[in-house]
Design a protein around this ligand. Structure first.
Ligand code: NAD
Length: 243
């Protein structure tokens, strides 16, 4: 059987670990040729720091082949109390989670438009973009921006045959989630497990999701099987937030 993604190429950011890596692996399993990008090399083909915004458009322009798919999975989450939020951290969160994502999307869409080629953009948002979480004000704001950008981009790029969707994961078992639990444990003076336990208890599925469960949804949204879906943000969160 021919895989769905056969003959297609994807650029996946944040592909060294966690959700980005799982998406890169799942797309490869679907037959897609994947170029993984990260600030740490890991199993990636490209290293770049997306917080250096002057370099971001050049990443797409420098690719030998125009990809069919762009997955914006790189992201950071600074965890701190409301009164400790400062401009530098806010700026860094938005530079990586929002500004780099938009610049990559623009450069990608520009190449597709010039070549009259259809394509797909998939943004990894978060259910924090819909509902607030303690100690994550700037992260939630950046992910709300990603959800809005997804909708606006879908509207603007539909005439060029470019679909744009997002996934909003809930609590997924990745290095980021472990690091958030560590930071919260320091802020609250409790063990990391104690910061996670009440959150998991409130999730209907009663557990964290796996990066692979997010990746399966990503493969669908990147494939022709979702050819009439655009501008949507799919919650993959075990029912934590029902809309
Ligand atoms: N883990 C979760 O529970 C969860 C929930 C909702 C949304 N998300 C989102 O999913 C995405 C992936 O999260 P994850 O949990 O896999 O995180 P992670 O920290 O485990 O992996 C993120 C990857 O992005 C890379 N990255 C970060 N900043 C970068 C930069 N400036 N330039 C290049 N690469 C950079 C990191 O090196 C890392 O490999 C993020 O956008 C995150 O906000 C995660």
């Amino acid at each position: 059987m021919v895989a769905n993604g056969s003959g297609k190429t994807a650029l996946v950011t944040g592909a060294a670990q966690g959700i980005g890596k799982a998406i890169a692996d799942a797309l490869r399993a679907d037959g897609v040729t994947v170029v993984g990008l990260d600030r740490q090399l890991g199993a990636c083909e490209l290293t770049a720091d997306l917080s250096d915004l002057s370099n971001v458009k050049g990443i797409i322009e420098g690719l030998a082949v125009t990809p069919d798919i762009l997955v914006n999975a790189a992201g950071i989450c600074l965890t701190r109390p409301f009164f400790e939020i400062e401009l530098a951290g806010l700026q860094k969160t938005f530079d990586i989670n929002v500004h780099a994502l938009l610049l990559l999307s623009q450069a990608f869409a520009e190449r597709l438009k010039n070549e009259q080629k259809p394509g797909v953009i998939l943004n990894i948002a978060s259910n924090s973009g819909f509902n607030p979480k303690l100690e994550q004000l700037d992260y939630g704001a950046s992910k709300a921006a990603v959800i809005s950008i997804t909708r606006s981009s879908a509207l603007c790029l539909a005439p060029y045959g470019i679909r744009v969707n997002a996934i909003a994961p809930g609590v997924i078992d990745t290095p980021l989630t472990q690091s958030i639990a560590q930071q919260r444990s320091q802020i609250r003076g409790v063990a990391p497990e104690e910061t996670l336990a009440p959150v998991l208890q409130a999730i209907p599925a009663k557990r964290m999701g796996t990066a692979d469960e997010v990746a399966q949804a990503a493969v669908f949204l990147c494939s022709n099987q979702s050819s009439y879906i655009t501008g949507q943000t799919l919650l993959v969160d075990g029912g934590q937030l029902m809309r």
